[in-house]
Design a protein around this ligand. Structure first.
Ligand SMILES: Nc1ncnc2c1ncn2[C@@H]1O[C@H](COP(=O)(O)OP(=O)(O)O)[C@@H](O)[C@H]1O
Ligand SMILES: [Mg+2]
Length: 494
């Protein structure tokens, strides 16, 4: 079963004898193996699986500094007088992750015996360890083992949410692109909140020659995907308006930049309108109610005037209309892009995000649309840690309750420090690309299910397009080379 070429060495009892949690093995000469690689040791009816965490190079002839100094003083090379090639050996320390008996996985509880043979972990064992399924989403190949296609369970991502983090240019949007391609091919609908307008190229085939060549090596071909793009109505353009009646009072208050007193007045007016059973609340109706309520409750004239003016200004922006039907936005196998790259004020942009997500959530609750995934690029802008925004309230709600209603959330950010901790902690799986700022890494560290410090230390040095997957999607943190895109990537335009 084990190819001779995969034999790496022999378990030894040098200094620290093996335990059920870790062991040291002596590496065969000329074996090329790296820290982070997985190994397996068959013992009886079990196969132990572990990961190399440290490699040490020894040489008994070079242990004594006095001896070495003596030889240096004689002006002779040591290798001329002593067989130092024979004295050299390398030891690898392995942390045991799991034990398999057949397909069953057990926690480690038996130490390997000194003398047992250590092999490079086979594809089969890795598949079992990582819970890889043939029908999973093919995101890439394992870093350092291109034979292993990493295919992950779509359920774990969509039901338990995920995050994609990394410095600008590390490959976040590209990774999102690959994930979306896979979901669309499974006929799953995806909505992307796209503040940079970088996803519209999904319709087109990838025309990057090196990517096309790599795809064919993987047995894949280029293609485009059904894509629909919505632009918020603003200043006379756009095809996605907000229905004023459906807006939550918090959203209106935030959009209109209200002070606490003005908010009070707005709340009273809105409550009055809702209590009187009015279904269709328009900005004009709200304005007249505000005036009524203000005189009844004795609000200052200035408060009333400013509130009225701010609401009238909102009306002028041209964002209100018939609203949108979630059924038009969510269609099986289709990517829907909400392109927010236009010249819109940030607080209005946030309201669009909040209102769209809220409508989709409501529609899922009533089962009016199929289960879906919503991906929010630049998540720190819509769920900021330091500010309470309507969009954050909705994103938190989906992060906490989406699972029950079949709405998955994917958050993408390069400014992790600015992103709401509640949202981060609800993301079951994290795709971590290169992060080179210490503050971002420190902020994220408590949320990483990383079993060894070694993994966290690699994050700043990850090449573009290499992602660490940690959390629910794989049982154990792994690194992957994200596969080439089948459709065209648009990220480089920004
Ligand atoms: N898996 C990958 N394979 C090939 N090229 C990639 C990969 N990931 C990223 N790139 C390259 O890096 C560039 C930046 O990636 P992108 O995903 O747009 O970064 P960001 O993290 O800023 O979203 C892309 O335009 C693409 O050229
Ligand atoms: Mg990007």
């Amino acid at each position: 079963m084990h190819l001779k070429g995969n034999e790496l060495g022999i378990v030894v009892s040098h200094r620290k004898p093996p335990t059920h949690l870790s062991f040291i093995f002596q590496l065969n000469d000329d074996i090329d193996v790296k820290v982070g690689e997985f190994v397996e040791v068959p013992i009886g009816k079990y196969v132990l699986v572990g990961r190399i965490v440290l490699i040490t190079a020894y040489n008994e002839y070079l242990e004594n500094p006095e001896f070495i100094r003596d030889h240096m003083q004689r002006g002779l090379s040591i290798s001329a007088r002593f067989p130092i090639d024979i004295g050299r050996w390398r030891a690898a320390k392995v942390e045991i992750i799991a034990m398999f008996s057949g397909d069953r996985i057990h926690p480690p509880n038996i130490p390997p015996e000194p003398g047992e043979i250590v092999y490079r972990a086979g594809t089969e064992v890795l598949r079992k360890l990582l819970g890889i399924r043939e029908d999973g989403l093919f995101l890439g190949t394992m870093y350092g083992n291109s034979n292993l296609k990493v295919k992950i369970n779509p359920e774990s991502l969509v039901r338990l949410h995920f995050a994609v983090f990394g410095t600008t240019g590390s490959g976040k949007s590209y990774t999102v692109g690959v994930l979306v391609e896979e979901l669309l091919e499974k006929n799953f609908p995806v909505v992307i909140i796209d503040p940079h307008g970088e996803y519209f190229t999904f319709r087109e085939k990838n025309d990057d020659m090196s990517a096309v060549a790599k795809l064919s090596l993987l047995g894949l071909t280029t293609r485009g995907y059904p894509t629909q793009i919505f632009y918020p109505s603003y200043g006379g353009s756009g095809n996605l308006s907000l229905n004023f009646s459906q807006l939550n009072t918090d959203a209106i208050a935030e959009m209109a930049n209200l002070t606490p007193v003005m908010r009070d007045l707005l709340y009273l007016a809105m409550r009055n309108l809702r209590d009187s059973g009015i279904k269709k609340i328009t900005p004009d109706l709200l304005l007249s109610t505000v005036n009524e309520i203000a005189s009844k409750w004795g609000f200052y004239k200035k408060t009333t005037l400013t509130l009225s003016r701010n609401i009238s200004l909102l009306k002028e922006l041209g964002i209100f209309g018939t609203g949108f039907n979630p059924k038009d936005i969510v269609k099986p196998g289709q990517l829907t892009i909400i392109d927010l790259s236009g010249d819109i004020e940030e607080h209005i942009r946030r309201i669009f995000v909040g209102a769209i997500l809220q409508e989709l959530f409501n529609a899922r609750k009533k089962n009016l649309i199929p289960s879906l995934l919503v991906i929010v690029e630049e998540s720190h802008r819509f769920a900021p840690q330091e500010e309470d925004t309507y969009s954050k309230t909705v994103m938190r709600k989906i992060a906490r309750e989406g699972r029950k209603f079949g709405i998955g959330l994917g958050v993408v950010s390069q400014r992790i420090v600015g992103l709401d901790k509640d949202v981060i902690s609800q993301c079951g799986t994290k795709f971590i690309l290169r992060i080179d700022t210490k503050t971002d890494l420190d902020y994220l560290r408590p949320y990483l299910e990383i079993s060894s410090e070694e993994d966290a230390r690699r994050i700043p040095y990850l090449p573009t397009g290499v992602a660490m997957i940690t959390g629910r999607a794989t049982r154990y943190p792994i690194l992957i080379n994200v596969r080439p895109r089948k459709s065209k990537h648009g990220g480089s335009f920004i």
